[in-house]
Structure formats: C-alpha cells, structure tokens
Design a protein around this ligand. Structure first.
Ligand code: AMP
Ligand code: GLY
Length: 422
C-alpha cells in the first residue's frame, strides 16, 4: 500500500520507521519530513494544514492511507476532507479534535460524564478571572483555551504569577487561543501518558509512557515539548489502567459519539495519578512527541496493522503483541532551547551509530545539506534504545548519545530517574 505521513518531527520519523518495516508498505511519502526521514522515505513539500492540497496530493500519488502526525492539520479539518474523498485516514475530524484544540470543550465533556479531572472555571474577561484566582489562592493553573504549541499552560506557584498569566493571555500573547482562559485546581501526583486507538466505538490501549517536560535535570527549569521519555510507565498498573479506561476514556468516547462527533485515531490521555486514582490532565488528539518514539520502537512493524485497522474501523479485529521490553528516548536539543537557540550547526558521527531494531536515532529538527546533517530546530535528535530492563535501555541510549558529535547540543542526563530510583 501507498502511505502518506504528515509531519516532520521525531514523532513522524518514528512512525515512518515502524511503518516502513511492514511488508505491506510499498511506497512511503512524508511531508515535509527531515534528514533522518529522507533515509527511509520520500520527502515531499506540501502544506499539511491545507485540506484541499492534501486531498489533491493523496489522489495524485494514489495514497491508500494518510497518517496525520501533529494536531494542526487535524484542527484544520484535513481528516474531514480526506474522509469525504474516501481516502483512509488515521486521525480525528476537526470536531473531535476539539478535545485538544479547546480545553473548555474537554472540561465540559468531563463534566457531562463525571470523568475525574481538576476543578475549574472559565473566563473571557480578565477582572473576574483575577478575582477567582485571588479567591482560590496558589498553586493554581492558568490555561489558554486554544492551541498554543504547548506553551499555553502556566502552573503558577504564586498568585502574582497567575495574575500575570491572565494579563498575558488576555493581552494577546497567545492570539485567539487566549481569548478564553480556563483556570484549574493544581493537581498533585505523578503524571503518565496513556495511548489508545479509537475507531468510534472500540478502544484499544497501545502503550504507556512517561515524558520529562522540564528542560533541567531533576525536573527543574521551564517547560519544553518533552526532553525524553520511557515506556512502559509502571505507575500505569492494571488497576490504574482499568480506572482510566472505565472512568475517563470510554465515557468520553461514548459522549463524543452521542454528540455526533465520534472519535477516530489515537487519543493521548495525559493523567495525574495519586494514591492509585487517575485524573485527566488533558487529551491530545495525536501521539506524544517524544512518547511516540518509544512506543514505535516497542511496537515495530505491527504499528501499521494497528493504524490501518483504526483508520478502517476494524479495531475489534486486531490485538497488540507486546514484548516484555522497555524503551527510552533521550532528546538532544540545541543549546538555548526552549528559549532562543542557534540554528544551522553541524551534527557529526551519526553514520557510525548502530541502527537496528534495538537502537535508532530519530531525527526531529534536522535537514541534510551538502552531505552534512544540520540542526534546524530546538529539539533535534531523539536517541532511542530498547532493552530487557529500563536500565539496559537507558545505558544503550546514553552510549549512543555519547557518540553524537554535536558541541552545540545538550540533553538531560537523568531521563527515567524516578523509575530507576524505585
Ligand atoms: P497540558 O498542556 O494541559 O498538558 O499542561 C502541561 C503540563 O502542565 C502538564 O503536563 C502538567 O505537568 C501541568 N498541568 C496542567 N494542568 C495541571 C493541573 N491542573 N495540575 C497540575 N499540573 C498541571
Ligand atoms: N510530549 C508531550 C506532547 O507531545 O504533548
């Protein structure tokens, strides 16, 4: 079959890596792709957020399945138009993508089904929002309602910080995404990411992971898109997983169907777990990045069978074959990230690093130019390894990190620390 993947980060490299190993995959195109993806697929230029352009491209290339990596094309209605054109697509329609694109929408759905999550209030004006913050006190969480590239959430430890966030959001710092603000109770506990495939009715768990959002070791410093992840997340034991499915995921999916916007695609369930009880932090309508990298290394070629079954509403016919393994990915980022960073520095040594079913360097922000690999983004490489234990996966991943010659890059040296200490 001919497959088109939309996106060009580490998540899409991991998807392309897994999909390309499945014998069913004849032609693989990734738009826009990156230097790593170019080694295993054809990279194409295409405006992934323009539904008509994507449909036209898919028809011209006789594409049998479109896999949408990031949230922006989903929110723009790319999946809707592909479905109208009867091109199988992995990813929800725009109406269902509101589970990520609107935090107040998700809160309303949680209310409707009684799913455990943080208490909240929503505001469209600064003064009542500030009065609410003063009344509630800190810590408190302020969120721009819409998509803000992962930057629209302020976890304020002091009231003043929360008040400043209100001024920023209503002052236009997040554009239209900040026209409405959700203020939430601060939840304590440990976070985990739970991934399920959904085809409207059926829900199939495809793995758990733990991300490391802060830039600094020991989980300090500003938030990032994620500095490293590992899978599975042992905190998601059978009981927590069951509660997450029965109290949160299935009721949400049933409510979406009842409202005439059935969900289809991968659902990323961000959870806060305390005393064995999961509460919803957020939904995302896509795989996490870098969580996808560890899931794909563990799933391998079967990922395509699962994704295809999801796109064709045949999830009840498939099962996941799990190996009893562990995977870790370490993000290498450009010095300065998540603030401003230099672009265009050269990365050497990648060709000498093993590349097999246990060890892969996924590329995120890279491009190939004149035989060199250049860093073009903030998060640049995802050094990923698999092992029989988390310790083994970790040791392999860092051994590869040490072979990457990139003086302008850095990584956290403590990915997995919480779990490795236990
Ligand atoms: P979100 O984009 O909603 O995932 O928020 C980004 C991060 O902010 C989450 O991964 C959590 O670490 C933190 N966060 C969000 N909401 C809350 C909350 N209500 N209580 C505590 N931490 C939160
Ligand atoms: N790694 C967090 C995310 O993809 O949203």
């Amino acid at each position: 079959m001919n497959i088109l993947i939309l996106g060009g980060g580490g998540r899409e490299h991991a998807l392309a890596w897994a999909v390309s190993q499945n014998p069913k995959c004849d032609k693989l195109i990734v738009a826009p792709g990156n230097a790593g993806i170019a080694q295993i697929a054809t990279c194409a230029t295409l405006n992934a957020e323009d539904p008509a352009a994507v449909v036209q491209f898919a028809e011209a290339e006789a594409i049998d399945l479109v896999i949408i990596g990031p949230e922006a094309p989903l929110a723009a209605g790319v999946a809707d138009r592909l479905r109208e054109a009867q091109i199988p697509v992995f990813g929800p329609n725009a109406a269902a993508a509101r589970l990520e694109a609107s935090k107040s929408f998700t809160k309303e759905i949680c209310d409707a089904v009684g799913a455990p999550t943080a208490a909240y209030a929503r505001f469209t004006d600064a003064e009542p929002a500030k009065a609410y913050i003063r009344e509630q006190g800190a810590p408190i969480v302020v969120k721009a309602d819409g998509l803000a590239a992962g930057k629209g959430v302020i976890v304020a430890m002091e009231v003043d910080e929360a008040l400043a966030a209100i001024d920023d959001m209503f002052g236009g710092a997040f554009g239209a995404a900040g026209a409405e603000v959700v203020i939430e109770e601060f939840m304590t506990g440990e976070e985990a990411s739970f991934f399920v495939l959904v085809d409207g009715e059926d829900v199939l768990p495809v793995g758990t992971a733990q991300d490391h959002k802060r830039v600094g070791e020991g989980d300090t410093g500003p938030n990032t898109g994620g500095m490293g992840a590992y899978s599975p997340a042992p905190i998601m034991d059978a009981s927590v997983t069951d509660k997450a499915l029965e109290e949160i995921v299935r009721p949400t999916m049933a409510e979406m169907a009842r409202r005439g916007m059935p969900y289809s695609g991968v659902l990323y369930v961000g959870l806060m777990i305390e005393d064995g009880q999961p509460r919803l932090v957020e939904y995302n309508v896509r795989f996490g990045d870098p969580e996808c990298q560890v899931l794909m290394l563990r799933l391998g070629a079967q990922a395509l069978d699962l994704i295809q079954a999801c796109a064709e509403s045949r999830l009840s016919e498939v099962t996941v074959n799990w190996a009893d393994d562990h995977a870790m990915t370490v993000v290498m980022a450009a010095e300065g990230y998540p603030g401003s960073y230099v672009k265009g520095t050269e990365i050497k040594g990648l060709d000498a690093i093993e590349n097999d079913s246990m060890n892969v360097v996924f590329h995120a922000g890279t491009k190939a130019e004149g035989g060199k690999v250049l860093a073009t983004g903030g998060r640049v490489l995802n050094v990923t390894a698999r092992g029989e234990s988390l310790q083994e996966a970790r040791d392999r991943a860092y051994a590869m990190v040490d072979r990457v010659e990139w003086p302008e890059g850095f990584c956290r040296r403590d990915i997995g620390w919480r779990q490795l200490q236990r």
